[in-house]
Design a protein around this ligand. Structure first.
Ligand SMILES: Nc1nc2c(c(=O)[nH]1)N[C@H]1C(S)=C(S)[C@@H](COP(=O)(O)O)O[C@H]1N2
Ligand SMILES: [Mo]
Length: 330
């Protein structure tokens, strides 16, 4: 692989740039506080959050995005703090404890990085990360993320619709599914020796799901490039599905005529279906999926929240599943 100029995406650089989302949110919160909404305890907590984000040292390289106009792309719910988003993670290649990825993912080398497009497409191609970063305008999207384990977050992503990439590679008439292969390199990933999952971590979508504008190819969060533990340098964010459908650190996207064998489906097919749409009426065999705990809100006053059908994105994606038995095709 030949050397490419370092454009500063892989190193922490000090930055005075405040992402617009943070600024706007802060302004919103100040207004809220002036009205006394939520009471003193809540506004104090929320203000500390905004201040912690503004004063955060070791910011990563800025990656701004303009606010998305895709329907459903911006939830107005309170953001999960940057600290929680980047220190409570699932990235099993770096360990199964929630704190492991933040601790261990420093060894992930995110430059140079390529994503190979293969299979049933008219224009297969190996994209360099720099090319992907310029492929379409970066947008900010504020999505709920609901993990199959029963917790959720609200994350301001930066990226563009996966469909932007798919359109350019021109799927053939045989393409029915899209397989996402993520990095599986034992030299960089300390847990690849473990057998909790088959590596590399593989996920998949049906082509029409992948084409839905809400399916996001994400390169950043909170106005900066992705921290390694969140799936740098490029990952998916598919907000209406359980979090595990959104593979981190993607290296290959393959178009197929058959449903891909995904890592979680392979590990426990009775527990993790191929579709894995968020669905409060279909329980996991070992626990209910009716409610969730919002990370950062599990203090004194926290109530569990009701989990919403398709994680609240039913208006945007419900039609994809018309006529399907979602209890069977979970
Ligand atoms: N490669 C890879 N991608 C992954 C995972 C993983 O272990 N490896 N975990 C998944 C799970 S279970 C969830 S909930 C989300 C978590 O994303 P976050 O840590 O950025 O919140 O990433 C998903 N993508
Ligand atoms: Mo998850």
């Amino acid at each position: 692989m030949h050397h490419r100029p370092n454009r500063g995406f892989d190193h922490a650089v000090p930055s005075e740039i405040t992402p617009r989302s943070v600024y706007e949110r802060r302004r919103e919160l100040l207004k809220l506080m002036a009205l006394g909404a939520g009471g003193a305890a809540l506004s104090g907590w929320v203000a500390r959050d905004a201040m912690a984000q503004a004063a955060r040292p070791n910011k990563l390289a800025p990656l701004p995005g303009t606010r998305s106009t895709v329907p459903g792309a911006i939830t107005m719910e309170k953001l999960t703090s940057y600290n929680d988003v980047t220190s409570y993670n699932n990235y099993y290649e770096f360990g199964t404890d929630k704190a492991d990825p933040a601790r261990n993912a420093g060894s992930l080398k995110t430059r140079p990085w390529t994503v190979a497009i293969e299979g049933e497409v008219k224009k297969p191609k190996v994209y360099d990360l720099d090319e992907l970063l310029k492929l379409a305008p970066m947008e900010e999207r504020i999505y709920r993320l609901r993990c199959v384990e029963g917790w959720s977050m609200v994350i301001p992503w930066v990226g563009y619709s996966l469909s932007e990439l798919i359109k350019r590679v021109e799927p053939t008439g045989n393409a029915k599914y899209v397989e996402f292969v993520t990095l599986g390199d034992a030299k960089q990933m300390p847990f690849l020796g473990s057998r909790v999952l088959s590596w590399p971590y593989v996920e998949g979508l049906r082509l029409d799901e992948a084409m839905n504008p809400l399916a996001l190819l994400a390169f950043g969060l909170y106005g900066e490039v992705l921290p390694n533990q969140n799936g740098a340098p490029v990952r998916l964010a598919v907000p209406w599905k359980y979090g595990f459908k959104s593979g981190k650190s993607i290296v290959k996207i393959r178009f197929t005529d058959k449903q891909p064998l995904t890592s979680w489906n392979h590990a426990a097919a009775q527990e993790y279906g191929f579709f894995s749409n968020v669905n409060p009426t279909v329980d996991h065999p070992r626990w209910s999926q009716a409610t969730e705990r919002r990370i950062g809100e599990d203090g004194l006053f926290a109530k569990k929240r009701a989990t919403l059908m398709f994680n609240g994105y039913e208006a945007q994606v419900g039609q994809l599943y018309a006529g399907m038995d979602l209890k069977k095709l979970f």
